[in-house]
Design a protein around this ligand. Structure first.
Ligand SMILES: [Zn+2]
Ligand SMILES: [Zn+2]
Ligand SMILES: [Zn+2]
Length: 165
């Protein structure tokens, strides 16, 4: 698998941007289906791994997973999970690769059927980093609509965020 840097920011096929809190560079965000929803989130200028201090447009929002309703076994109870399209994920603090959280299926009481009731975040990364070694960044995957339709507004909000910091 290729984890190349994404540099095409002015094209229309981006889904958002994240603004490096260390050097302020705008980095393109493209949402892909599959296990690595935003491929690798490393700043194209200073190599910083995206963190909760960086500003991101609404395609992804950093979250504290504890707000999700923690369940035993490092799982979180979520409504409306569509397997393969789980809308949560995490960023490895070491290499910046993003990992989509996976649906966890639970056996229903009746009919002996299973349905997705929880999600579970990735606990380790291809680079060797495990979840308990260093603080990972967790995120919710949102919509690219505002970015596509009101890009000026997105820039303004990013600038405002920077001023407030
Ligand atoms: Zn940077
Ligand atoms: Zn940061
Ligand atoms: Zn990693």
């Amino acid at each position: 698998m290729q984890f190349g840097q994404i540099t095409k920011i002015n094209s229309d096929d981006t889904d958002g941007a994240w603004y490096c809190h260390r050097c302020t560079r705008e980095n393109a965000v493209i949402h892909y289906l599959g296990a690595h929803p935003f491929v690798q989130m490393r700043c194209g200028q200073c190599n910083h791994v995206a963190c909760t201090d960086c500003y991101m447009t609404s395609i992804l929002t950093p979250i504290n997973p504890d707000i999700l309703g923690p369940a035993p076994g490092n799982k979180y109870r979520i409504a409306d999970i569509v397997p393969g399209h789980e809308s949560y994920g995490s960023i490895c603090p070491n290499c910046g690769i993003t990992h989509r959280a996976q649906a966890v299926w639970t056996r229903a009481h009746f009919w002996n059927s299973k349905k997705p009731t929880h999600i579970q975040f990735q606990e380790d990364c291809e680079c060797g980093m495990s979840e308990d070694e260093r603080q990972w960044t967790y995120f919710h995957i949102g919509s690219n609509k505002k970015w596509r339709l009101q890009r000026e507004q997105c820039y303004m909000e990013a600038v405002e965020h920077r001023i407030k910091k």
